[in-house]
Design a protein around this ligand. Structure first.
Ligand code: GRF
Length: 212
């Protein structure tokens, strides 16, 4: 069976969605760069192996990345999933895991990379927002896109309500993307990902909805 290592920094709700998804993969470990990450306790209480690599104990990014890679490689995972891992990874780390490192970001990339994507979306007045699972490349929140989900932006939305609506979809698309990876259904070429046997139709999301 293929295996997965999950990297977190905080709440861990995307990690939890992965743990609960009955994936066709062994979840080898959950690693956090923050000892106080609430997600650690969620993983522990479900019997998963957890490891803390406190970033404050390392002098610089390179040394931290090197140690992180050592810890990950001890599990020889097929895939590494960043699930709210709030630390930039250096180029050599990213290239070491090329094609087997994925991330979830709460926007329709390439729109609104980086911090506060919901705030950015509200500021720009977009009518459709969402989330993206993608392979990680050297550029932050870029890289070949595996799956996206779109939601309407509602006039009364605050950052919090919009984030909550997007998060529900994150919890649906992340396990799906991992399942596809584990079942060898993803073909990565240049900047695009082909999903074999994927479902497509001509449905459209209008936002606001059309007049009845
Ligand atoms: C999620 O919105 C994720 O997309 C982003 O950070 C948030 C982490 O939430 N990268 P959680 O820790 O998975 O609950």
């Amino acid at each position: 069976m293929k295996s997965l290592v999950i990297l977190i920094s905080g709440r861990g709700s995307n990690m939890q969605a992965l743990l609960e998804a009955n994936l066709p993969a062994r979840i080898a470990a959950v690693i956090s760069n923050k000892p106080e990450a609430p997600g650690l306790e969620i993983a522990r209480s479900r019997g998963y192996e957890t490891i803390v690599l406190d970033q404050r104990s390392y002098p610089d990014r390179e040394v931290f990345d090197q140690k992180l890679a050592e810890v990950i490689d001890a599990y020889a995972p097929d895939l590494v999933a960043l699930a709210g891992f709030m630390r930039l990874l250096g180029g050599s780390f990213v290239s070491r895991y090329e094609g087997r490192l994925i991330n979830i970001h709460p926007s329709l990339l390439p729109a609104f990379p980086g911090l506060h994507p919901h705030r950015q979306a509200l500021k720009e007045g977009v009518k459709v927002h969402g989330c993206t699972v993608h392979f990680v490349t050297a550029e932050t929140d870029r890289g070949p896109i595996i799956i996206q989900a779109a939601v309407q932006v509602i006039p009364s939305d605050t950052e919090e309500t919009l984030a909550a609506r997007v998060l529900q979809q994150e919890h649906r698309i992340y396990p799906e993307a991992v399942r596809w990876f584990m079942k060898d259904r993803l073909k990565l070429s240049d900047n695009s990902v082909e999903v074999s046997d994927a479902d497509f139709d001509d449905s459209v999301l209008y936002s606001p909805g059309l007049s009845k």
